[in-house]
Write a protein that binds this ligand. Structure first.
Ligand SMILES: [Zn+2]
Length: 276
């Protein structure tokens, strides 16, 4: 999904995944929803959705619509721009210049992150590449170096560096001893005030560079509330905990920071003048 530009192959993979995973899971998922709702009702909620929303104010729906409407004009422009570029790759037969984008050409199995189609949509191809993956490889980056840089990013702002136990206990790379592990990146607080770990199968590229900063955002949060009683050792709500990590990885992805750490050699914002 990330690299193929073969329409038929992308359709094959997209449909194949859904046939293989979706169809057999459908009855299990329906049963899972019943059980989850039953559990939520036992805890005094109307259903599982009601329990999820309980962490937020009653105004949640309005707030979400306000945010949605605020970004809609920008999103429409972005959508049309990407559609025009993908039309150039796949042709009007597959990506017409009006209507929805087909999910199988967006670079991952869920049409979720569009980072992998960056080569098709890069707006100023003559300017230095802000995807620094190639540069990381060129400079012989290792997973350990990425992790130390991410830790340094936090401590340079006066936040906590991770402890020795973190480096001993975390799994930052896919094990090569044949163990079957869940690679999906996650951060863990062991609730004993000293043991915080990340589990992920880091690869040397920009995506993982950012994910590692994101996960360390969770660890930073964990370390900052470690002195609290256990009941208070959690984010203000689920979204807030994620937002800390996202704020960090967004800051790291700026040309200014990438230049600072020697991964990017262009101007901070070379086209700024054109829009003044
Ligand atoms: Zn997260």
């Amino acid at each position: 999904m990330a690299t193929s530009m073969d329409w038929d192959e992308l359709v094959w993979a997209w449909e194949g995944f859904r046939d293989a995973v979706g169809i057999p899971n459908k009855p299990l998922f329906a049963r899972y929803v019943d059980i989850a709702n039953e559990g939520a009702r036992a805890n005094g909620y109307d259903d599982l959705g009601d329990s999820w929303r309980s962490a937020y104010s009653d105004d949640l729906e309005n707030q979400v619509y306000e945010l949605y409407n605020a970004i809609l004009p920008l999103y429409k422009q972005l959508h049309a721009y990407v559609r025009r570029r993908l039309n150039g790759v796949y042709g009007s037969e597959h990506v017409p210049l009006t209507g929805n984008l087909p999910a199988n050409v967006l670079g991952d199995m869920w049409g979720r992150f569009w980072t992998n189609i960056y080569p098709h949509v890069v707006p100023y191809p003559d300017l230095p590449n802000i995807d620094v993956s190639d540069e990381m490889v060129r400079q012989n980056y290792t997973v350990d170096r990425i992790a130390r840089m991410a830790d340094e990013f936090f401590s340079s702002m006066g936040l906590f560096p991770v402890n020795d136990a973190f480096w001993e206990n975390s799994m930052l790379e896919r094990p090569d001893d044949g163990r079957d592990v869940v690679c999906h990146a996650s951060a863990w607080d062991f609730y004993n005030r000293v043991d915080f770990r990340i589990k992920m199968c880091t690869e040397v590229n920009m995506e993982y560079f950012l994910i590692l900063h994101h996960e360390l955002g969770h660890i930073q949060y964990d370390m900052n509330y470690k002195h609290q009683p256990v009941s208070f050792r959690d984010g203000a709500n689920i979204a807030f905990q994620e937002a800390i990590g996202e704020v960090m990885s967004q800051s790291v992805a700026t040309p200014k920071h990438l230049k600072e750490v020697g991964l990017f050699d262009g101007e901070d914002d070379p086209i700024e003048g054109e829009y003044n």
